[in-house]
Ligand binder design. Structure first.
Ligand SMILES: [Zn+2]
Length: 324
């Protein structure tokens, strides 16, 4: 059986190499057009599309569907599924299962983005080579009952290869229909360039521990100047220990990220419930319990998770009871 030190030879997948070469070449044409020809309205529109697709990936596919760090109502799930379709990363179902596999076998050959093979493999090369010989069975073994029971996920999975190209055509045609952008510019800038930027933004998520995380025994603190370059911190590693914490940002931050802020706003609007997080005291108690009883840390930590939104509601009710 392969372990993290036994590297399984990977064969180059030439159709993928050619596809990504073509995509990046077209994206460079899009970038050139973006600098010299594309209208400002189209640039703003493209930024909005990238923002939406990243939201669909991080808040939707990652935190909601892969890690169940909160629950969302049907309207928000539909919106996030629409946003995730924009990023062209495959159906939510497949993305979430592959991400769960990545967590399950993190840093080993069974991990599709094996970080022990270095940054370029984790970031990009894994797309260009054959996967682990047992990859299909490993994916089948991942528990996906919650995804099977989500009608939005299953609907998007069934219609993905119709929805994704359709959305692509609509998003490319809209600028020329609504504000007279040239279709040529729109195809290369809104189409190829946008998709390439969005893909890189999502690929980098799998390399987060390499870029933003600390090496073992590394003592850089987030208070050093590195914070201005890479924001080195322990939060990427924390995500692999407690992946269900809704506050842990994908890119090395905690509690103050843009996606976390979105989830808090949705919680305030009652669009999401059952947010899962834990505080320092809870982790301390779970560690003591695991050390003294020999129980699994993850089982102990379950007892101390809480929904900050419920706590807030409880505090508000308690305050109302206090007579003036
Ligand atoms: Zn994750």
């Amino acid at each position: 059986m392969a372990n993290k030190d036994t590297k399984i030879p990977r064969e180059t997948h030439w159709p993928s190499v050619l596809f990504y070469l073509y995509l990046h070449f077209s994206a460079f044409i899009g970038l050139y057009l973006g600098i010299f020809q594309v209208k400002w309205t189209t640039i703003f529109y493209t930024i909005c599309l990238i923002y939406l697709s990243v939201l669909g990936l991080t808040a939707g596919a990652h935190r909601l569907w892969a890690h169940a760090s909160f629950k969302a109502n049907i309207f928000l799930r539909q919106f996030l599924a629409f946003a995730q379709t924009l990023i062209c990363q495959g159906p939510i179902y497949e993305w979430a299962i592959e991400h769960r596999l990545h967590h399950e076998y993190f840093g080993t050959e069974k991990d599709p983005f094996n970080s022990s093979r270095g940054f370029w493999f984790t970031y990009f090369i894994n797309k260009l080579v054959s996967s682990h010989p047992d990859n299909e069975n490993l994916l089948k073994a991942i528990n996906a009952k919650d995804l099977d029971q989500d009608p939005v996920v299953m609907w998007q999975k069934r219609l993905y290869w119709l929805l994704a190209p359709l959305l692509m055509i609509i998003t490319v045609v809209l600028p020329s229909e609504l504000w007279d952008e040239s279709l040529f510019c729109s195809i290369f800038f809104v189409g190829f360039f946008r998709i390439t930027v969005s893909l890189h933004y999502s690929w980098i998520l799998n390399a987060a521990t390499i870029i933003w995380g600390l090496e073992p025994l590394n003592k850089y603190s987030i208070q050093t100047n590195l914070v201005f370059i890479f924001n080195k911190s322990l939060w990427p590693q924390y995500h692999y220990i407690l992946p269900w914490d809704y506050q842990c940002g994908e890119y090395g931050s905690y509690n103050n990220g843009c996606i976390t802020a979105h989830i808090r706003v949705w919680a305030a609007l009652r669009l999401v419930t059952d947010l899962r997080t834990i505080d320092t005291e809870g982790i301390r108690k779970a560690m003591i319990e695991a050390a003294t009883t020999g129980q699994d840390f993850n089982e102990c930590v379950e007892k101390y998770t809480f929904d900050p939104n419920l706590l807030k509601i409880k505090c508000e009710l308690d305050l109302e009871r206090i007579p003036c």
